[in-house]
Structure formats: C-alpha cells, structure tokens
Design a protein around this ligand. Structure first.
Ligand SMILES: Nc1ncnc2c1ncn2[C@@H]1O[C@H](COP(=O)(O)OP(=O)(O)OP(=O)(O)O)[C@@H](O)[C@H]1O
Length: 750
C-alpha cells in the first residue's frame, strides 16, 4: 500500500505565513497535553494489564514466554476507572473552556480502541453528561448577561464573521420569532430534552472580560469513510447528507465549506443541536461495542467576542462604525475507535468503515510522527501528509499552531486489549513530544455592516441641495454662491472620504488578491510536489513492472528446465525399474537352480551311497576270492617241491600293491560307461593280457609248474566273476613311487 510516511522525497513544507500569530509570542511552544482515562473493568473473570502507579504514571504488564515485562507511561493526568465525569471535566474541560472564552483556540480529541469510552467521556448520557454538555453549561453560565443580541454577529460563510447593525439584527430576530410561532402552531417543536434534564451545577468561568459581549455558534460535522458530512444540515424533507469539501480561508485556516453554523442563545438550544447531530451520526452494532461510532465527529463551539461601544442616544449602532471582534474556536472531537477485524469479525459495510477509520488514524499517527521528527531534527523538514486524510487536513492548523491541542487516551484495561493498548500508548508517547506554537487572541476590526440599497443616479443628484439664483439681486447671488461653494466643499470632503475609503478598500482588495495569489502559489507548489511524487511513484511502478516481467520470464525458464529434468528422471526411473525386474528374475532363477542342484546333489549322493555299498560288497567278495586264491597258492606251494630258498622267495614276494593302496573309485552308470582314459600301466596290462600277464610278470615262465594250472583256474574264475559285474572298477595306485619303483606290482588292475 502507498504509505505517506515512506516517502523518500521530502520537499520542504511551504512556509506558513504568521499573520495570525501575534508578534513576539509565536516562538513560545506548549507540548500537546495528553490525559488517560481507564474504563471500568467489568469482567471479573479476566485480568487487567494496566496498573496505575500515580496520578501521572501507569504501568502495562506484558507477559511473553514466561517473562514479565513492565512498561511505564507518563501522562499529564491519569483518571482511574472510578473517576466521575465531573472530575474529568474539571481537569480537562474547564481550562479549555476558560481559554475559549478568553479568545484562544483549542482542539480536544478522544483517542482509543473501540469501546474504550471515548463517546462516554465526550458526550456521556443524560445521567452522566460528558465534556460537551458540561462545556455548554459552563459557557452559558459564564456569559450570562453578556450575550450579544441575536443576529448582531453573522457568519460570512467564509469562516469569518461580520457585525450587523442593531436594526438589521432586530429585523432578523422578528422574522425568526414569526417563523418559530408558525412552527409551534404546526406542533413541530423539537423535543430534544435529553440533556436538559441533567443538573446544571453552575460551573462558570469568572475571569471574563466584562467589556465585551459574547455570541456562541455551533457546527457539528462527521467524517465518515473519508467524506465530510454536516450533521446540522437540514434533511427533514428526506434529503440525504451531502459530502462537503474542505477549504482554506484567507488566514490559511481550514474550514468546511457551506457548513451550517448556528448561533445559540441558551444551553438548551445547544443541547438541541447536539442531540440532533447525534441522531444523524453513523453508529452501529459491532462485536466490541453495541453502539460503536463509525465516524469521527467534531462538535465545534465558536465564541465571538464583540467589543462594547458607546451607542448613540437612540441606542442604534452607527453604520460603518469599526468594531473589534475576537473569534475563538474549540473542536471537541470524538474519534472513531481503532479496531482489529479479527476481533470485531466485521464484514461488508462495517469492514469498509473499519478500514477507513484505521486508515485515517494511521494518517493522523504518521502526521504526528513526521511533525515530531521535524521538530526534533531541525535539519530535515519533511512534508507532513495532512492532505492524505480529511481528518488531518481539517486539523492541520491546530498542529501548526493556532491553539492548544489536548488528547484524552481512553483505555480498556482488560488483558484482551493488551496489544492494542501498547499501540495506543506508543501513539500517546509520540503525541506528547509534539510542541505547538502558543498563540495569543487576535482581535479583528470589523465595520458594522449595513444593508446597502443601490441608489439611482437621479436620486443621488437630488441629494445635492438646490440653489436658486436671483440674478436681479447680486447680494443674494453672492450668498447663493457661498452656499454652493460650501456645498461643493462638503461634497468635496465627502468625496475625499469616499476616495480614502475606496483607497482603503482597494488596498484591502489588493491584499486579498496578494493572499489569493500566495495561496495559489502555495497550492501550485504543493501540486508540483505531488506531481513529482506521482512521477516518482510511476517510475517506481514501471521499474517494478519490468522486474516482475523479468522474474516471470525467469520463472518460465525454470519451469521448462524442471520439466526437462522431470522427463530425464522419469526415463532413469524406468530403466532402474527394468533393471530391478531383471535382477529379481535372476535371483528367482538362481534360487530355482540352487534348489534343483540341491535336489540333484541329494539324488546323486543317494546313488553314490548305493553304488559304494555295491562296490564294497564286490570288493569284499573279490577279497575273499583273492584270499581263497592265495590260500590255494600257499597250499600248492607247500605241496610242490620248492627249495627253501625258492619258498622263501615266493613267500617274500610282496602281494599286489593294489591291496595296500587306497583305491580311488570312479563309478559311471553301466550303460554310459566308456573308459576314456587309462593309465599307461593299465594299457600295458591290457596288451599283455590281464591276470595272465600279471602272473607272468610276477612269476617268470621258467618257473612254471603245477601251480600254473591253479593260477589259470583262479584267473578263469575271476574273469567269470568280472563278467557278472556290470560296473568297471579301476584301481588306481596313487603311490608317488609308482614310476620310481619299477619293481613294484602294476598299480592299476581292471
Ligand atoms: N467511565 C465509564 N464508566 C462507565 N461506563 C463507561 C465508561 N466508559 C465507557 N462506558 C460504557 O462503555 C461502553 C462503550 O463506551 P463508548 O461507546 O463510549 O466507547 P467508544 O470508545 O466511544 O467506542 P467506539 O469507538 O466503538 O465508538 C458504553 O456502554 C459506555 O456507557
């Protein structure tokens, strides 16, 4: 959002003419007086966050994360929740009214969050009237017997007043009486009795200038959604209130153009206007206040002091006589309360109102912050953005020094309001630092206004005395000429007077024109400043737009890259999935293979066991046979005639080594059995014949005897046995010496 306080450009505040300030006193400054009033805390179930330390100091306790933080704030005076309306008026209202009746301007405004008691403090109700009704009573108590006749003072509709002749005033009074008689006959008399019932305690200001007469004027406006409405505008015929514009008068004071300003001659008349205006004020129900003000309202009291003069014998004020008047103004302002939408839960019109209220209060705060900064830091003079809101624009003069400024900070001490109270206190602190130029009352000279009736030129000539010349009588002629000369000299002096007046008037007019010119200059400077600001904002906006476009293009690029990366990631993911599938398949196949192998191994083992058993049987059988053969050989040897030496040699002959070596058994199924490789010795044995060749080698042929027959028999039996077996056995001699010892028995036997 466009925040005025964030302006980088700081044009100088246009110089304010100090014509309204009396010389010598305008260097004196007074700080804004800030008071605080606490609303009674009704909810006994919830705690309060504020403790009053003294009549000028309070403490706000803020507990966060278990740490208690106390912040102290000082005010001009603090009103505890049990303070009465009278106490508040005596402290704040009375001095303000005293100043007002002594010709000084003042602004008194109530500030605080919604429902904190601002309206109660300023207006109150018929049982507990607030500052406004008490002020009215005090004014009329004080000026009793010192009032001007009604209509003697009249507004000029340009924020100033003019003085009428008693005659004119009487005529207008009679006219009004007639009108009111007509109205009362029709039975339309106003019945605003609300404040008339309350007890007038007779408070009055005693140090008034008794050589003056007083007139009281009232206007009542409200600023709703940043529009200005006149609460005293006549809307009896169903007219809706019109938005008014703010204007600057010749003294650079802001005023509401065309505002209805009514002269009142009694407190009752003033109460009538107060109640009439209040009835038109925008009030609505919200979650935090059943009668919440949705606008800022300003009740204006203007006092005109008229210097007493010695009237002519007939009691009629001479026309064109200069009379001094002093005008003072008091704006009693009830600001709408700041509110947080999350607490009020406002929607629709209420929400719009709330945002407008908060905006204008924000502008007020910004203006005061900048004002304080300008005052504290003489080097930097920033433009105070009064024009950003109607509220600050209207009060511009007060902050720039046309009168005292006082603020009542209304506070609800309930713990729920802690955060908002801290904001309010911060604002109060800023406001207290601001110093306002002190001004003294200034009297303005006003000539008594006469209703000018245009005279015809003929009548004007008729005003000149008619002189008759009797030409026959020279003496008479001389007297007549003297009379003419006297009349001419009178006329001449009158013309001179008129010339002087014309000169003065034209001087005034010229002054006015210079003022208007200066005002225009001032306005055009402001306009130029705003134009520069606007241009800067436009440039800023353009730069931001370019940046946004660049960022958008970059964002698109990043999105495109993201898309590409996503596609790559997807492809990689697909490949990984495929690989994972293959790995899973392989694992499954391997598991199947392992299972098959385990089954095959088991089967093979069983077969081997079986065949080993068979082979063991066969071997044991063949061993038995061999043992039998050996026994037979031994017997045969015993029966044959061998020499002892031959017997010994035969006995010492080592048995076939195959009987002592560890046999290695290779089993192949009978059908498939194809001996592929044999050792050389086996082949040799095969070539030579089997058992026969073995015997031949062992027992040389020279020694062949009976026993050969036995051996043949054995070999035959053996062959028969071998035939019976379906399995081939190969006994392999694993002895390492088999090649080194050629004497040994062949290592392999089939
Ligand atoms: N000092 C007080 N003593 C008793 N009652 C009070 C006091 N101050 C306020 N109240 C009551 O509290 C209620 C809210 O007060 P009020 O309407 O004045 O608040 P507000 O600040 O003007 O609110 P908003 O900003 O919403 O208009 C009213 O009913 C009023 O009568």
């Amino acid at each position: 959002m466009f925040t005025p306080s964030k302006y980088k450009y700081t044009p100088k505040t246009p110089k304010r003419r100090i014509t309204t300030l009396s010389s010598g006193s305008d260097v004196e400054k007074d700080p804004v007086k800030v008071y605080s009033r606490l609303i009674p805390h009704n909810n006994v179930d919830s705690n309060t966050c504020i403790e009053i330390m003294s009549t000028q100091e309070l403490c706000i306790s803020n507990e966060s994360k278990g740490i208690r933080k106390n912040t102290f704030y000082k005010f001009k005076h603090i009103f505890p929740s049990h303070s009465t309306q009278k106490e508040v008026f005596d402290h704040i209202g009375y001095p303000v009214i005293e100043d007002l009746l002594n010709g000084k301007n003042g602004l008194l405004f109530a500030y605080g969050v919604t429902g904190s008691g601002k309206t109660y403090t300023l207006t109150g109700d018929k049982n507990n009237p607030g500052i406004i009704p008490r002020s009215i009573n005090t004014i009329f108590n004080s000026i009793e017997g010192m009032q001007t006749n009604k209509y003697l003072i009249k507004t000029d509709k340009l924020n100033s007043f003019e003085v009428q002749s008693e005659d004119e005033a009487n005529k207008e009074q009679m006219l009004e009486n007639k009108m009111s008689m007509k109205i009362s006959k029709k039975g339309k008399k106003a019945d605003n009795l609300e404040f008339s019932l309350f007890h007038n305690d007779g408070t009055k200001i005693s140090n008034l200038n008794t050589s003056r007469q007083y007139a009281v004027f009232i206007s009542y406006i409200e600023i709703y959604n940043n529009n200005v409405y006149d609460l005293l505008d006549d809307c009896s015929t169903g007219k809706i209130l019109q938005n008014k514009i703010l204007r600057e008068d010749l003294n650079h004071n802001m005023y509401v153009n065309g505002v209805v300003e009514i002269e009142v001659k009694s407190a009752q008349e003033a109460f009538d206007l107060l109640v009439t205006g209040q009835k038109k004020k925008k009030i609505a129900y919200t979650n935090l206040n059943s009668e919440s003000s949705r606008s800022h309202s300003v009740f204006n009291l203007r006092i005109v002091q008229l210097e007493n003069i010695n009237n002519s014998n007939d009691g009629v004020t001479p026309v064109d006589q200069e009379r001094n008047i002093v005008v003072s103004n008091l704006s009693l302002t009830d600001l709408a309360g700041s509110e947080r939408s999350n607490r009020t839960q406002n929607t629709g019109a209420r929400l719009k109102e709330a945002s407008s209220i908060n905006n204008s209060l924000m502008t007020l705060r910004t203006c005061l912050e900048i004002l304080r900064e300008n005052q504290l830091n003489k080097g930097s003079i920033k433009l105070v953005p009064y024009r950003d809101s109607r509220l600050t624009h209207l009060f511009k003069n007060y902050f720039e020094g046309v009168g005292s400024v006082q603020m009542i900070v209304c506070v609800n001490p309930a713990i729920d309001n802690l955060e908002e109270n801290l904001h309010v206190m911060k604002f109060a602190e800023i406001t207290q630092d601001i110093k306002i130029l002190r001004t003294e009352p200034k009297s303005i000279q006003k000539s008594v206004r006469k209703v000018i009736v245009k005279k015809s030129p003929i009548k004007a000539t008729q005003d000149f005395p008619v002189f008759k010349f009797d030409l026959n009588n020279v003496d008479n002629c001389g007297t007549a000429i003297n009379n003419v000369l006297k009349a001419l000299s009178d006329d001449n002096s009158k013309t001179k007077d008129l010339d002087t007046k014309i000169f003065n008037k034209s001087k005034e007019l010229r002054k006015c024109l210079v003022d208007v010119f200066e005002e225009n200059l001032h306005t055009s400077t402001e306009i130029n400043n705003y134009k520069i600001l606007l241009q800067r904002q436009k440039n800023k906006t353009r730069n931001l737009e370019t940046k946004i476009m660049q960022l958008d293009a970059e964002r698109k690029k990043i999105l495109q890259t993201n898309k590409e990366f996503e596609t790559i990631i997807q492809t990689i993911q697909n490949r990984v999935d495929e690989k994972q599938c293959k790995i899973n398949q392989n694992i499954l196949e391997k598991t199947n293979d392992k299972e098959k192998m385990a089954l095959g191994t088991d089967k093979m083992k069983q077969e081997l066991d079986k065949k080993l058993k068979q082979q063991r049987n066969i071997l044991s059988h063949s061993l038995l046979i061999k043992e039998a053969v050996l026994n037979n050989v031994r017997k045969a040897l015993e029966t044959e005639n061998f020499s002892d030496h031959e017997k010994l040699e035969l006995m010492n002959t080592s048995p076939p080594s195959c009987l002592y070596t560890t046999p290695q058994i290779i089993i192949t199924p009978p059908d498939e059995y194809v001996p592929r490789r044999r050792s050389r010795s086996v082949d040799e044995i095969r070539e030579k014949g089997t058992v026969e060749s073995f015997l031949e080698t062992t027992y040389p042929s020279s020694r062949k005897r009976k026993s050969n027959l036995v051996l043949e028999d054995v070999s035959n039996k053996h062959r028969a046995l071998t035939k019976k077996t379906e399995i081939g056995i190969v006994l392999i001699n694993n002895s390492p010496n088999k090649t080194k010892n050629p004497n040994k028995v062949p290592s392999q036997v089939e």
